[in-house]
Design a protein around this ligand. Sequence first.
Ligand code: MN
Length: 717
Amino acid sequence: MIRFDDILEKVSPLYGEKDLVPLQKAYVFAAHSHKGQVRLSGEPYLNHPLEVANILADMKLDPTTLVAALLHDVLEDTDMTALDIKKLFGEEIAHLVEGVTKIGLVEESHPETRRAETIRKIIIAMTDDLRVIFIKLADRIHNLKTLKYLSDKKQKQIAQETLEIYAPIANRLGMGRTKAELEDLSFRYVDQKNYFQILSLIKTKKKDSEKILKKIEKQMIELMKENHIPAEISSRIKRPYSIYRKMKRQNVSFDQVYDFMALRLITNTARNCYGALGIIHQNWTHLPSGFNDFISMPKPNLYQALHTTILTKKKQTIEIQIRTHEMHEISVNGIAAHWKYKETDAKSMVKEDKRLQWLREMVDLYQEQKDPRKFLKSLKTNLIPEEVYVFTPKGKVITLPMGATALDFAFKIHTEIGLHTDGAIINGKQMPLNSILEPGTIVEITSSDKKTPSRNWLNFAFTSKAQHHIKRWLNKQEQLKNISLGKKLWNKQLTKHKMKNTSLKGKALLNKIREVTHPHIRSLKHFYEMVGIGKIVLNRKLLEKILPESALKPKKETLLKKAVKKVTKKPESAIKVKGTEGSQVKLARCCSPILGESIIGYITSGKGITVHSLRCHLVKKEILPSQRMVEVSWDKSAKGDYEAALSIKAEDKPGVLAKVTSSIAKMKANIRKANVNPDSESKTRITLNIIVHDIEQLERIAEEIKGIAEVLSVARI
Ligand code: MN
């Protein structure tokens, strides 16, 4: 168990006497606040903030970070408030602690959404002060170390979240050691089988590998001495997770894994790095594919080193990293290395550092993203390491995530170019915009003012930057269209009801509209937009409320007319969907939702609401504009007939169709259409359109069909 004195001892050579006072105060305060609390491991709670502060002390972070680390769980787990901390420790510390605290005010009942919202808040807090994420990462490391005391489900969830979000963030910030620790600690919980298999594999190779490494290390030291290159050389067996990742990337099995061994050579200057590389290549065979010059072409997180892979006489591979002391320090602690001398101001750091380009971009892009789950989804894509290096015709390097297309390339160069992309020339050949980029290719984008985004682009824009700008452009167009439609409707309705607006103009009109319709209407444009979308329905009654004195005598609607109106309602309105009172409702033909299944509504200009199933590909791919989305739910009493299509794959044996149809009859459903097509030599595909009352009935039918021996699979289409 760590003691506070150990931390003090560690930091006192770094800090001045004055800085140790708040640290001691924070320790006393934390000890007092967490008094009597015990962690699931049985240790006193105080041990956790101490461990977290200790990890940060190892990164040589500034006193403010350490004080906040000691206090980081006080808000969440004790009666202390942010105000208490502010009074005792000042604004800056209180701000940091609040940023780290999983702000308990999140009013989300669903655990997934709550987690997503927490992460969203932390990311936003870190743009204010990056030290929030340093504390959060250290917190995560210690929590992972004590993960075994939690339930299996929790373990997996936390470890998974670490691999998907926290480790990639550490990577983006260039914090190599933190990233490695997070990955290895999580790996064992996410994929136990592979973790232990790799561990035992390492064990069997360890002795041999260490012997080989020592030998090469000795030879290398001699060679560097002869050539007057100062060098510190160290060797190691690779980490379980990095072996695992390589296995997955190269798609190899356990007995094909060769590269366990790695050497690191640290020298004084970049020039000597290249010198050392030359000597190594002269004395050992190297794999051309294993060579990377990250000195002249640093990674986006500013990592610099030369990488090469040599072959021993026995054909074993050894990966070698060559770098200077400075480069090494940056590879270990990355951006955190800048805090130790207290020379940077937190805010300007976030604004200026190159490594934070992705963060600034992302937070800008998602400023308006209110749905935390969507934020999280785009965060995950944004955190995929940029791994494909491609070139502009002028030779500039552009880094993109694996899977990015020519269209993403265009957006990466410039948003305006992206929005007007006309074509792509890849390695001198005209190629479609959806072409996935291979490493090393030269890409030229042609653009034209006349060309603008289409919804289809969303199907192959891979990066969230491209996705976001395309959506934003499409939404803007949509908005302009709605405003002009709304204006037209306003004038048309006035004419229709023989009204004239002479009294109210500008602000006065807006105020009246707000009063009558909705206080949140921001401007007349906004009002027209709502009318255009169909969220506000203009009728005589509403117009008269807005413009009372301009109203002519209302023509009385006869009772008969009213009665006729009721009867001639569209047949679709028999489908009752809550939350859409007064609007026409239509079930989307693309996915034909069935009573009881998860649905979402989209307002179509002038045509009411179209209801899609959540499994609809238009919904899943977010092809439909989100501002037209409305929540809808089924009125369970609205029994009706719904058509569903099932695709059934079965062994091609006589009597299969009869078995299927009779099981449907047994479940009291009708078949509207049936198609049988051979799928391959021995398989057949049956497509059925059946009429059901609700989703439960359909699910029961699908289960029943799955129970037939010859049936291989049943899917809804
Ligand atoms: Mn904590």
